[in-house]
Write a protein that binds this ligand. Structure first.
Ligand code: ZN
Length: 195
C-alpha cells in the first residue's frame, strides 16, 4: 500500500511500547511518590502519563430540524451522529465543537449554551455538546462524513445513531424542548453494559 493513502494511517494505541523521549523500551510500574501504574522509562526517567480525552460537539438546530452527519470513518461507519470529535491542543471546548461542525457538516452555526457533559470512564473520555443555531441551510460535509442532512425532530433515525452519547443528548434535547426550558445535563454512561 502506498503510505500516503489516508487509509494507511490509524490512531496509535494508547499503550506505548517505547519512550518517545529516548527510544528505550518502557516498563509499567508505579513511579516514586505516585500511586498508579504508569508507562515509565527507567533509562531517561520520563513518565508517560495518560489522561482522559475530550470529545466536543454541537446539537445544530434549524427550526424544527436537527442536523446530523453520516459517518465516513470507523467506528460506526455509515451511522448518523451529531457533529463532534476529539478536542485538539490549544483550543477551547467551544472552539473544538465549532471546528468539528465545520469539518463534518460545513453548516454555518451560532453556538449557544453548554448542553450535555457526559462522563464515559470505560473508554477514558468526556463528551461535551453545545446547543447551536444553524444560520443557513447550506451544507458542505468534509471527508469524515458520507453526507449531512436535516431531520425533523419526530423523524430522528434512532436505530441508526452511532453512539449513546449522541442518542442520550438528543433525548435530553427533545425533553427540554417539550418542557420549554434548556438546562445543562451532566451524567455518566458505562459502555460495558447495554441500556
Ligand atoms: Zn526515555
Amino acid at each position: 500500500m502506498n503510505p500516503v493513502d489516508p487509509a494507511f494511517y490509524h490512531p496509535a494505541p494508547r499503550s506505548q511500547q517505547f519512550c518517545s523521549q529516548c527510544g528505550h523500551a518502557l516498563t509499567r510500574q508505579i513511579p516514586p511518590d505516585d500511586n498508579r501504574i504508569r508507562d515509565l522509562c527507567t533509562h531517561c526517567g520520563a513518565v508517560h502519563y495518560q489522561n482522559p480525552r475530550n470529545v466536543v460537539g454541537v446539537v445544530p438546530i434549524w427550526g424544527d430540524q436537527v442536523l446530523l452527519c453520516r459517518r465516513a470513518i470507523q467506528p460506526r461507519h455509515g451511522k448518523w451522529t451529531l457533529p463532534a470529535g476529539f478536542m485538539e491542543l490549544g483550543e477551547s471546548t467551544q472552539q473544538g465543537a465549532e471546528r468539528e461542525n465545520q469539518e463534518e457538516s460545513g453548516a454555518r452555526i451560532q453556538v449557544l449554551s453548554l448542553f450535555t457533559v457526559i462522563d464515559v470512564p470505560s473508554v477514558n473520555q468526556v463528551h461535551l455538546y453545545y446547543l447551536a443555531k444553524v444560520l443557513g441551510p447550506q451544507l458542505a460535509p468534509g471527508p469524515e462524513s458520507l453526507e449531512a442532512a436535516f431531520f425533523d425532530l419526530d423523524k430522528i433515525p434512532w436505530r441508526e445513531l452511532a453512539f449513546r452519547t449522541v442518542s442520550t443528548t438528543l433525548e435530553h434535547y427533545l425533553q427540554d424542548r417539550n418542557a420549554g426550558h434548556f438546562a445543562t445535563h451532566h451524567y455518566a454512561i458505562d459502555l460495558r453494559f447495554p441500556d
